[in-house]
Write a protein that binds this ligand. Structure first.
Ligand code: NAP
Length: 259
């Protein structure tokens, strides 16, 4: 299928590795020029060079913490005009409901709610002015089925989801389509970190922790960044003009829910 976005320009946040990189690669394959971002410059530059060489698109790498206001301003300044925005950042740490201070909540809200909102508020006016734009926010399956030990993530992502639900419907008539993409468990560094947490808590090895989690997923494995990226690219395509404010769950069937 031709996604119809060749020659568009996308900012993909937090994209040197994992799901963000999967989205960047799928957009590049569709002919989209990229602005990539992550905190670590070395991995980011390597990813940018690899994608540019593989897909023949223009790739600009801008290192910086996207959740930090000053660094975000630098990314925005260097990125210039874009047609497609993919928001993403690292997830908050797990814990018990009683673990977190006000500062921990503020940090999680900054990273996983207020940063994507700030980026949408910056970029959507220029998309509206041109009559075309696509926004995909990478959130989590925890939006549909909150995960007890991820209270910070549950809270912050619920806030973003509520904001998007209204906003997507306010900008759709002007050609800007906003949706959220909800990862279930995917084989990235984040999944390894969560498995290591389970292994440490339960006194088992990493392989056993992974095998137990595979058993909770009907497809019997973790998702891949490639599969995730392909869905993201579709959500950024010409074909999603009638799909507004949705929370698209990619979880291998793990959550038995109908909505
Ligand atoms: P990952 O493999 O750890 O990759 C994270 C990427 O984001 C890296 O490129 C990292 O590079 C960059 N990054 C992290 N924090 C950043 C920041 N503040 N500013 C700029 N770049 C940043 O993580 P992932 O698995 O792709 O997860 C992406 C998001 O999906 C997270 O919010 C995660 O909680 C959520 N999620 C993941 C899963 C899963 O199973 N993988 C499931 C549900 C939800 P630097 O470290 O160099 O900045």
């Amino acid at each position: 299928m031709d996604l119809g976005i060749k020659g568009k320009r996308a900012l993909v946040c937090a994209s040197s590795k994992g799901l963000g990189r999967g989205c960047a690669e799928a957009l590049a394959e569709a002919g989209v020029d990229l602005v990539l971002n992550a905190r670590g410059a070395e991995a980011l530059e390597a990813t940018a060079a690899n994608i540019a060489k593989t897909y023949g698109v223009s790739v600009t790498a801008i290192a910086g913490d996207i959740t930090d206001e000053a660094a975000r301003a630098e990314v925005i300044e260097a990125a210039g005009t874009i047609d497609i925005l993919v928001t993403n950042a690292g997830g908050p740490p797990p814990g018990l409901w009683s673990d977190w201070s006000r500062d921990d909540f503020i940090k999680a809200l900054d990273a996983n709610m207020l940063t994507p909102i700030a980026l949408m508020k910056h970029y959507m006016p220029q998309m509206i002015a041109r009559g075309w734009g696509r926004v995909v926010n990478i959130t989590s399956q925890s939006v549909k089925a909150p995960i007890p030990q991820l209270g910070l993530s549950n809270a912050a992502r619920a806030g973003l989801t509520g904001y998007v639900a209204g906003t997507a419907r306010q900008v759709a008539a002007q050609g800007v389509i906003v949706n959220n993409l909800l990862p279930g468990i995917h084989a990235t560094d984040r999944a390894v970190a969560l498995d290591e947490g389970v292994a440490a808590r339960e006194g088992i090895n990493l392989e056993e922790a992974r095998t137990r989690r595979f058993a909770t997923i009907p497809v019997g494995r973790y998702g891949t960044a490639q599969e995730f990226g392909a869905t993201c690219a579709f959500l950024c395509s010409q074909h999603v003009g009638f799909m507004v404010g949705q929370n698209v769950l990619l979880d291998g069937g793990q959550n038995p829910i109908t909505m």
